[in-house]
Design a protein around this ligand. Structure first.
Ligand SMILES: Cc1cn([C@H]2C[C@H](O)[C@@H](COP(=O)(O)OP(=O)(O)O[C@H]3O[C@@H](C)C(=O)[C@@H](O)[C@H]3O)O2)c(=O)[nH]c1=O
Length: 184
């Protein structure tokens, strides 16, 4: 398992080993001992799985407020996404900056996003399946978001000719400058 630092402190790109043979492959996709050896000590309590049909499905940008703030480990088992993490830690020198990494079933990369970031992705292939582990349980009452198209964030979302597909909820999140909840 390979751990790389992304451009923003705390965000990591994790690439597990894939052992291929005539049958297919085997891969240890998460191993607590290796994470601890890399100085990453997190307890994941929930595994999530989403399927997005159309190319250009955009989910985000989401976060949960304390005490339900979540660290997330994201991967793709089918298809391809551009995965985005925006730093919303007010005291951070990179507040408002983002990391964008392509994750796919092919490149087998995972993105680790600590609490204090808003997270979202857009799908680059049809029928893309995303799996992610989180360190706090889902709480609808603590579920918050940030406008994916806030010009201050400067995120370039790849957009297919038919446009992006968003949930109703994701069309109405506040901009960063109007965000009531952000992290210290
Ligand atoms: C996230 C979540 C949703 N749900 C329910 C609420 C709702 O009825 C339905 C769909 O929820 P959403 O529209 O929020 O799903 P989605 O837009 O896929 O939300 C996810 O987006 C990505 C980018 C993240 O980072 C995740 O943490 C999560 O916020 O599933 C749960 O039961 N448990 C969960 O953990």
């Amino acid at each position: 398992m390979q751990f790389e630092d992304a451009e923003i402190s705390g965000v990591k790109i994790v690439t597990p080993k894939k052992h291929g043979d005539a049958r297919g492959f085997f891969s240890e996709v998460y191993k607590q001992s290796e994470w601890r050896a890399a100085g990453l000590d997190y307890t994941f309590v929930q595994d999530n799985h989403s399927l997005s049909g159309p190319v250009g499905t955009l989910r985000g940008l989401h976060f949960q407020t304390p005490p339900f703030a979540q660290d997330k480990l994201v991967r793709v088992v089918r298809g391809r996404i551009l995965d985005v993490a925006v730093d919303i830690r007010r005291s951070s020198p990179t507040f408002g900056k983002h990391v964008a990494v392509e994750l796919s079933a092919q490149n087998w990369r995972q993105l680790f996003i600590p609490a204090g970031f808003a997270h979202g992705f857009v799908t680059l292939e049809p029928d893309t399946e995303v799996l992610y582990k989180v360190t706090a349980f889902y709480s609808g009452a603590h579920d918050r978001g940030l406008a994916f198209d806030d010009p201050e964030l400067g995120i370039t979302w790849p957009t297919p000719p038919g446009g992006l597909l968003l949930s109703e909820k994701d069309k109405h999140w506040p901009r960063l400058r109007d965000l009531a909840e952000a992290f210290a």
